[in-house]
Design a protein around this ligand. Structure first.
Ligand SMILES: Cc1ncc(COP(=O)(O)O)c(C=O)c1O
Length: 506
């Protein structure tokens, strides 16, 4: 554990102790030496029965939706096995479905609702703005300035801030600014990281080195200047930077500061400072994708926690407090000016736009959310809830002798039962690797479904965001539910053992 020794006061940080990344990788490596952990068949059956018998209104609605909405759901997060649930109420730590069930919400809309669902204070303030000016005018509104100043107060590297429509757009803008400013071409990301769905970044998603595996409908030219470095590996990053010198240079290194996929592959505490040094050495800009971490790890973001100053920062999620149009780019004044430059200044401009970007609703929601986080110490509360949840999960795994891995970076909690993202890519054995990905993905869905049936909404069955609404009682209730799921997992089998018997995935 690395105790947080950064300069922020303790009530502004959401991480009480930073996990030891090397230790986590060891545990994950060990997990992958076992066959995927499975439920006993009766448990799977019971969970399916719950959905089929008790969620009939959700089933009917999402079945009908398949006719009018591709895949039946709009959102990658909304998948649930065997069918999605329809949520019609959110309040504090809970979600309610249309069949009348209550769930503890560890999805948090994918991260934005750190105050808890539908926070009444923010809602009241937002409603005042909405009643007065409506959601959009296309012209300037006071809350745009208030939000930019508020972000600057907490995150000094954000000398200027431009609000945008989503995290995806924020990253697109960052890359455009970086290329214009440096006159270099290559963009380096870390294998497995998610930075939204723009053409150039649907590259090595989830599993490192998978490159264009998901890039259907995206021309090769769009990803030609995207490169990846191995997670938590400065030597790998330096090799890529060195190589890029021969082919147009690196405009920016883009990182999620807790590690790819919100820390699914965690970084060691010193990693970000190392990336900063390498960027300076190779003349690349450092872009922090703080879409998840900003205002979750603390009001100072991950950069406040790690004490590293990026050149540009991408925002999303909490920047609009769970309200729509959540995105924005901030950073050094000389760089940010490029999004405003135009014919008058004689400087080339990095073109950005968005009809609904920075509307009064989103800007006000973001501003009031930041104020409320500060007033209530929400990051710290959410982080403490994450600690309690993780400690409880670790105890359960130990009790049941399961080699699964639980750890957290404050309110970002991970529970790896299956290791779906940790399959090693081996191009020589690609067919068996693909088969293994499929099997482990299906199992992750089973875990997600089991948690859901026990009243726990998770992100893809392996990640949980905690919020300030998660009191000790809520977390203890959640742990009792997790206990029921984990108590129904079959005994772990070492990988070689079942292969020898001709079973399992190879
Ligand atoms: C780290 C990170 N970057 C970027 C994005 C994309 O943001 P958005 O979904 O708002 O486009 C996400 C979304 O989950 C994210 O987690």
């Amino acid at each position: 554990m690395h105790m947080s020794d950064h300069s922020l006061s303790p009530n502004q940080t959401g991480i009480s102790a930073y996990p030891d990344a090397a230790q986590i990788y060891k545990q994950l490596d060990r997990l992958m030496t076992f066959e995927p952990l499975r439920f006993c068949p009766e448990a799977t059956e019971a969970y399916h029965r719950f959905f089929n018998e008790q969620c009939s209104r959700s089933r009917a609605m999402t079945e009908e939706a398949k006719t009018f909405i591709p895949g039946g759901v709009q959102h990658n997060l909304a998948f649930n096995h065997p069918f999605p649930l329809v949520i019609d109420r959110s309040e504090g730590p809970y979600l309610y479905d249309i069949d009348g069930h209550r769930y503890i919400d560890f999805l948090q809309a994918g991260g934005p609702t750190i105050l808890g669902g539908n926070d009444p204070t923010v809602r009241g303030q937002v409603l005042d703005v909405l009643s007065h000016v409506g959601p959009s005018t296309g012209l300037f509104h006071e809350f745009e300035l208030k939000l930019a100043k508020e972000i600057n107060r907490h995150i000094p590297s954000v000398e200027m801030f431009r609000m945008l429509g989503s995290g995806t757009e924020s990253v697109m803008a960052a890359i455009r600014v970086a290329r214009l400013a440096t006159k270099k071409r290559k963009v380096v990301k870390i294998g497995g990281a998610y930075h939204g769905w723009s053409d150039q970044l649907v590259y090595s998603l989830k599993i490192p080195r998978t490159r264009r595996f998901e890039a259907h409908g995206i021309p090769r030219a769009a990803t030609r200047h995207t490169r990846e470095a191995a997670p938590n590996d400065l030597a790998s990053l330096e090799r890529v930077l060195r190589r890029n010198r021969l082919s147009g240079g690196t405009a920016c290194v883009l990182i999620e500061p807790v590690g790819p996929e919100s820390g699914t592959r965690p970084v060691s505490f010193d990693y970000n400072a190392g990336v900063r040094r390498l960027c300076d050495r190779y003349g690349a800009l450092l872009v922090f994708d703080e879409v998840v971490t900003a205002f979750r790890l603390g009001l100072g973001g991950a950069q406040g926690f790690f004490g590293v100053r990026p050149d540009l920062t991408c925002f999303g999620k909490i920047v609009a407090g769970g309200y729509p149009s959540a995105g924005g780019l901030g950073g050094r004044r000389d760089l940010m000016r490029l999004v405003a430059a135009g014919i008058e200044s004689g400087k080339k401009r990095a073109y950005v736009g968005g009809t609904m970007a920075a509307n009064p609703l989103s800007a006000a929601a973001g501003y009031f959310t930041l104020k409320e986080i500060e007033r209530t110490g929400a990051c710290e509360k959410a982080g403490r809830a994450g600690d309690r949840l993780t400690r409880g999960l670790q105890a359960l795994l130990e009790k049941h002798h399961l080699p699964a891995v639980a750890y957290n970076q404050g309110s970002i909690c991970h529970l790896e039962m299956v290791g779906g993202m940790f399959i090693r890519l081996d191009y020589l054995r690609i067919l068996s690797v693909l088969k293994e990905i499929k099997v482990r993905k299906a199992l992750m869905e089973e875990y997600g479904a089991a948690y859901m049936a026990e009243g726990l909404v998770t992100l893809a069955g392996s990640r949980m965001y905690t919020s300030a609404a998660d009191t000790d009682d809520v977390i203890d209730d959640a742990l009792a539910r997790f206990a029921r799921v984990l108590g129904r997992v079959e005994r772990p089998v070492a990988r070689g053992a079942s292969q020898a018997a001709g079973e399992g995935v190879t």
